[in-house]
Design a protein. Structure first.
Length: 669
């Protein structure tokens, strides 16, 4: 193995390392670290903090700082060739604090982690990276708030500085005009919920950046503090820090870094097309609707609405309205139509108030009262979304999980939508005392589901979709809903696209597909009919999401059938969905709203989706070619995929959009 071209050395009381792009300088007299990039951007006065016996102790408070005896190690791992070194901070009557740094050849990013070493240690807060100043070459500065999960219609938000915010797992601090920015986030998700606090100050600078394991509160859905780790060696999350000319590239590289550490669940059978029952029926789901939908979509599959010959016809909640005989007959009906059947389940949530109900699959050994999550006083945790949290580690829940999954496999289902998964990640007191945090419990519960639905074990592929769920850990599913519930209105479309504006990068990195939720072309069970342009915009948004393309209408309505026959038989549009690749936002200065323009480069073509979120007014969108990375004076042909028209043009793109209208255009160079 060749040596690394990353250079580290002890120099005049410092440990200095660099790769030509990034430089790490640890001052062994103060314990402070500076990070510098060749672009001129920097982080100054960085240190680590750990909560010890209820008091926050910084690495700078130790009296001695030295390079660890292991020295500077050349490493060859999934990230390439690089170097790793650790700095030990020690003092009398304090446990040793160890900072570890990773730096790779030509990479604009590094990793940092902190460990505490001693006897009988306990903590629920570890910050590998606290920085007193972040300096970027920027005229305007924004910081990205990334939600912990996709519950309660949360939104991503790019917040203009000066301001302050707390993001979860990752943030980007960037200039929306130049797109220069730094991306910081956790790449290990086995133990901690990671928070990132950003405090801006006047001018293009950040006053403070605090990255820590131990986030818990309203936005993680917790009513208890983060669980504590105990032991002789306690380890923080490993943190990715990268500086980029385009923060969007940085977020994609951050996603890829997570995928290298925990590979995503692979899927080889193409983008799932089909239907989901929730928006069509809600709690009125029955056998007749399900089988009617199967028959109608079979006629559309003959006209091209399928991928690799497959459509999924999926039950959502209230499939329990059907008897076991009806459920089995429904699956046979779907299979006879050449389709695949999907099911729905909430593995970590209990609905109702009959706590003494026997738990399915446990032979009467357990009641739900025993499975419910509790606090340190033994009280059941408060309801979340109307349901109570089940302890993923309880042996009764492990038996229950195996019972339901075996039933679904035996019935012939090949797709499962797992919902309300955040219940399984709540902080609380777990049955398994080796499980100390909500994320540890969530990993345990999700690993069992993944194992029991392993194609090698059951003899066929089984698609796993996450609905309401934390973003991390990601390796247990083929797709995750990118937002909370989205139906068919223009408001729904804009809400879902807010998540795509700042979360497109999860597609192909964390999950093979983003899920834009059920695509309603006419009306959901609880809403009025939508305008035709409104329904087209909902479909366009789903096509570019990267995507699980499940329809959500009750096709017993004539208008629903008419719209489906018009929208779902257009080969050029369906081809976008079959690619399964998210479009990229053009801009990142939208506050808590969605961008209006998304694009995807594809060889000699560039696909552009542009939206008008106003239902009352016509707008003219102007798209500058240089923002697409194209020459401003180029000549091109503009192909409208809905109108099937071609217009020769040059210079910036001008698009007239009627109220609620959107277009997908193919720019042919």
């Amino acid at each position: 193995m060749r040596a690394s071209t990353v250079l580290f050395q002890e120099l005049e009381g410092n440990v200095v390392g660099g790769n030509g792009v990034c430089r790490i300088i640890v001052d062994l007299s103060s314990g402070l670290t500076n990070y510098e990039w060749s672009t001129g951007s920097s982080m100054s006065g960085a240190y680590s903090v750990v909560r010890i016996d209820g008091t926050d102790v910084a690495s700078t408070e130790y009296s001695e700082h030295k390079l660890a005896a292991s020295g500077i190690e050349v490493i060859h791992d999934e990230f390439g060739t690089g170097c790793r070194f650790s700095v030990l901070h020690s003092a009398q009557f304090k446990p040793v604090m160890k900072q570890t740094f990773w730096l790779y050849e030509k990479a604009p990013y590094f990793f940092v982690q902190v460990e505490l070493e001693g006897e009988a240690l306990e903590t629920n807060y570890m910050s590998p990276l606290t920085v007193e100043a972040v300096s970027l070459a920027a005229e305007e500065l924004r910081a990205l708030l990334v939600p912990f999960d996709n519950d309660k219609w949360v939104r991503y938000e790019s917040i203009a500085m000066p301001n302050q915010l707390e993001s979860y797992e990752v943030t980007a601090i960037f200039d929306p005009t130049s797109r220069n920015g730094v991306v910081v986030g956790s790449v290990t998700h086995d133990t901690w919920k990671t928070g990132l606090k950003v405090v801006g100050k006047e001018g293009a600078a950040i006053h403070r950046l605090e990255v820590f394991g131990g986030a818990a509160g309203e936005y993680t859905r917790d009513t208890m503090p983060h669980g504590t780790l105990i032991g002789g060696t306690l380890t923080s999350p490993r943190i990715f820090v990268g500086m980029y000319e385009d923060y969007r590239t940085g977020l994609e590289e951050y996603g890829n870094a997570n995928a290298l550490i925990a590979p995503p669940l692979q899927w080889e059978l193409g983008t799932p097309f089909g239907w989901n029952s929730w928006s069509a029926a809600g709690d009125k789901l029955d056998y007749e609707l399900y089988t009617h939908t199967s028959d109608f979509l079979k006629s559309l599959s003959d006209c091209g609405f399928h991928h690799q010959g497959t459509l999924y016809i999926n039950f959502d909640s209230f499939w329990t309205n059907l008897s076991q005989e009806q459920l089995e007959a429904a699956v046979r009906h779907v299979r006879d139509n050449g389709q695949k059947a999907g099911i729905y389940w909430t593995p970590f949530a209990f609905w109702g108030h009959d706590y003494d109900r026997l738990v399915e699959g446990t032979d009467g050994k357990y009641t739900y009262r025993e499975l419910l999550m509790r606090d340190e006083k033994g009280q059941v945790l408060p309801e979340l979304d109307g349901g109570l949290a089940i302890d993923p580690t309880h042996p009764g829940n492990l038996l229950r999980t195996e019972f339901y999954l075996e039933r679904f496999v035996r019935c012939g289902f090949e797709y499962i939508k797992l919902d309300f998964l955040g219940h399984g990640a709540l902080e609380g007191v777990h049955f398994d005392k080796s499980v100390r945090t909500g994320i540890q419990a969530y990993n345990l519960g999700m690993a069992l589901i993944k194992d029991r639905l392993n194609p090698k074990a059951i003899g066929r592929p089984f698609f796993i979709n996450l609905s309401i769920a934390p973003m991390f850990p990601h390796q247990y599913a083929h797709s995750r809903r990118i937002s909370c519930d989205a139906f068919g209105t223009l408001t729904d479309t804009e809400y879902m696209l807010n998540a795509l504006t700042y979360g497109w990068w999860m597609n192909g990195n964390l999950f093979p597909f983003n899920d834009p939720d059920h695509t309603v072309l006419y009306k959901s069970f609880n809403q009025e009919p939508t305008m035709v342009q409104e329904s087209r915009s909902r479909l366009n948004a789903s096509l570019i999401a990267g995507t699980v393309l499940l329809m959500g209408d009750d096709f017993r309505h004539e208008e629903a059938r008419i719209r489906a026959e018009d929208c779902l038989t257009r080969p050029e549009l369906l081809e976008i969905a079959k690619k399964g690749e998210s479009f990229i936002p053009l801009e990142g200065n939208t506050d808590a709203a969605s961008d209006t323009v998304f694009y995807k480069r594809a060889g000699d073509n560039c696909f552009i989706a542009v939206f008008n979120f106003n239902k009352e007014e016509t707008v003219e969108a102007v798209i500058q070619l240089d923002r697409l990375g194209l020459p401003r004076d180029m000549t091109y042909s503009l192909h409208d995929l809905w109108e099937e028209t071609d217009i020769p043009s040059t210079g910036d793109i001008r698009v007239r959009l009627e109220p609620a209208e959107s277009k997908i255009l193919k720019l042919i160079f």
